[in-house]
Design a protein around this ligand. Sequence first.
Ligand SMILES: Nc1ncnc2c1ncn2[C@@H]1O[C@H](COP(=O)(O)OP(=O)(O)OP(=O)(O)O)[C@@H](O)[C@H]1O
Ligand SMILES: [Mg+2]
Length: 361
Amino acid sequence: MSKQPAHNHVVLEARSVTKHFPVRRTGRDLLAGRRRTVHAVDDVSLELRRGTVTALVGESGSGKSTVARLLAQLYPLTGGEIRLDGTAVKAARGRSFRAYVRRVQIVFQDPFASLNPVHTVRYHLTRALRIHGRAGSGEAELEERLTALLERVQLTPPQQYLDRFPHELSGGQRQRVAIARALGADPQVLLADEPVSMLDVSIRLGVLNLLKDLKDRLRLAILYITHDIASARYFADTTLVMYAGRIVEGGDSETVTQHPAHPYTQLLIASAPDPDRVVAESEQKETGSGEPPSLIAPPAGCRFHPRCPKALERCRTEPPPRFDLEGGQWAACWLYADGGADRATGRGDDGADHTQKEAAK
Ligand SMILES: Nc1ncnc2c1ncn2[C@@H]1O[C@H](COP(=O)(O)OP(=O)(O)OP(=O)(O)O)[C@@H](O)[C@H]1O
Ligand SMILES: [Mg+2]
């Protein structure tokens, strides 16, 4: 598996992307003339490269799905921009949206909900091929392409699956069909929003390995969304950690999971039940002590400061920028200002300049 230079090519990029959702106004809001918004995603930048899996990890409500939907152009942006192959994407509609979707496909968490129960596998895949102009000419060519799609997601022999309905398939097989349908567009980017979290633990690994195989063979750029940081280590080349609408840390997966720099990532890893498990149940979506903050009125400064055991005074008021650490790792955390890298991994923690603060519990 030699690495081709083109693997590093950035296909899809978010630059300082922001999404605020309006909150339905209550009587009190109306009286006060107030419009409140959910700050679901704030100032998020990320790059998806060909032949690379990027994990976006975070607890429930941190904004992961919103990022995926923004990248898929399913929502308009509040701010920032999305670039495809280096060109800023205009809010796409009609034909340009179709052209965009041909390049950037999304797979959702629940394959049962995303497949129509009254239609067969053949119908779903044929429709995808037709929409994207890839159905070929004539029956024989279509049949060939359907077979190829099912083989690519390892549903073989294909004839055994083509005429089945979603309910006649297992959860893992359904998710494979959903992936095959996405591949029907022959995309360069696959946005996978918790693709295995609804599946039995025993079959998760198979589906993740399939995605890995697609990454290598089709050189797909994959965004893998999960709240299971252990699976990110196993599966993703790069890991980004999201907290309350912002990305707080990034780097190669091995470094981020083995030497987490941000106190939130450290908390996330410390509270993972078993570091050796590869893909395990992670039902408790809340992590660590304290609650995630309200995104209607997010905490000033660093959004993690009310839960952070290492918060400094400035964390309460000043949002931290990204600080570059070694080997491409970075953290948005004031602990790393002035090259405070000794405190980096939280292991050599001297506690000297930590401001003790009352935890908001
Ligand atoms: N269409 C919407 N309208 C209003 N608020 C929304 C909408 N979609 C998401 N939100 C809010 O934005 C925040 C982020 O939601 P999002 O679904 O992106 O989180 P998530 O990280 O994917 O969570 P989960 O792990 O539960 O899937 C949440 O507070 C959510 O309530
Ligand atoms: Mg989600």
